[in-house]
Write a protein that binds this ligand. Structure first.
Ligand code: SAH
Length: 276
């Protein structure tokens, strides 16, 4: 009944270690950052996480992914995982005993301290997912994610396992799998060495509470539209000033909520003039 979790990625050290790898090896041996995902659709993983930088990092063992197939814990001949909602109403609810058994397997060998190993139910009722959350998760040892389906999950599981609810936004998905992949992606890219160029996470959107400035690349003129002169000037200080001013302007226009918080942190008047 308790299938071994499917494991993606590999934690073992490959035979072709370079001196640089050896230097980093102790950190890797201690156990890579791990995402455990309880889902009715393990075949949805690694999905997009298997591609590009997150996929390469998964292959290199910089993080690892395990799925726990909820179906294998189902009841009876048909391996039922859900039942009708108590009190009536449409749809089906995931059973607490089935999810509980799956979680017991997922949690085996993980720290019980939720700060070191958060257990998260992806849910539209949850606290909105932000870059802060991504950072917190990436600094933990790993995370267990519960993907809901149908009308969701029996409330008692959330209480019994001290589960945190996290939402991707104010909309309703059919299941938690896409949300889980989004959450894992944003956490994994903050793990050191996953992105080639670490600096790039430092001036991205949200890192200083601002949206990112506009980006341009060659050709210098395209369909009659030129790259702003300043970016081609080679004057680094002026470029940095321009980027900050653009980031502030965009944030003020598009996200008054972020803009107010930013001004508060920097002792600025949200209605004051911008330096552009
Ligand atoms: N009846 C529920 C919605 C269930 S949607 C309600 O009204 O709150 C089915 C599953 O999709 C959920 O259990 C959850 O795991 C996932 N899901 C849906 N919307 C989501 C969102 N905005 N963020 C994260 N997960 C979501």
């Amino acid at each position: 009944m308790t299938d071994k979790p499917r494991s993606h990625g590999r934690l073992s050290i490959s035979a072709s270690l370079t001196p640089r790898d050896l230097m980093d090896a102790p950190a890797r041996l201690k156990g890579a950052w791990t995402a455990k995902v309880v889902t009715l659709f393990p075949e949805a993983f690694p999905g997009v996480l298997g591609l590009s930088l997150t996929g390469k990092a998964l292959e290199e063992g910089l993080w690892s992914l395990e799925t726990v197939d909820l179906r294998t814990f189902g009841k009876g001949k048909h391996k039922n995982v859900d039942d009708t909602p108590a009190g009536g109403g449409a749809g089906m609810v995931l059973r607490p005993d089935v999810m509980g058994a799956a979680l017991d397997q997922a949690q085996a060998g993980t720290p019980s301290d939720r700060a070191r190993w958060p257990v998260i139910y992806l849910s539209p009722r949850g606290r909105p997912f932000t870059q802060e959350t991504a950072k917190r998760l990436s600094q933990a040892d790993g995370v267990t994610l519960i993907c809901g389906r149908f009308e969701g999950l029996d409330e008692r599981v959330l209480e019994e396992y001290a589960v945190e609810e996290v939402s991707l936004g104010d909309f309703v998905l059919t299941g938690g799998e896409i949300a889980a992949q989004a959450l894992i992606d944003s956490a994994v890219r903050l793990i050191p060495r996953v992105l080639g160029n670490q600096v790039s996470t430092e001036d991205e959107s949200f890192s200083d509470g601002l949206l990112e400035h506009p980006q341009y690349t060659r050709p210098a003129v395209w369909k009659g539209r030129a790259i702003p002169d300043i970016l081609l000037s080679g004057h680094h200080a002026k470029i940095a000033d321009w980027r900050r001013a653009m980031a502030e302007r965009l944030t003020k226009e598009r996200r008054p909520d972020l803009w107010r918080a930013y001004c508060e942190r920097h002792g600025r008047d949200p209605d004051g003039d911008q330096e552009l």
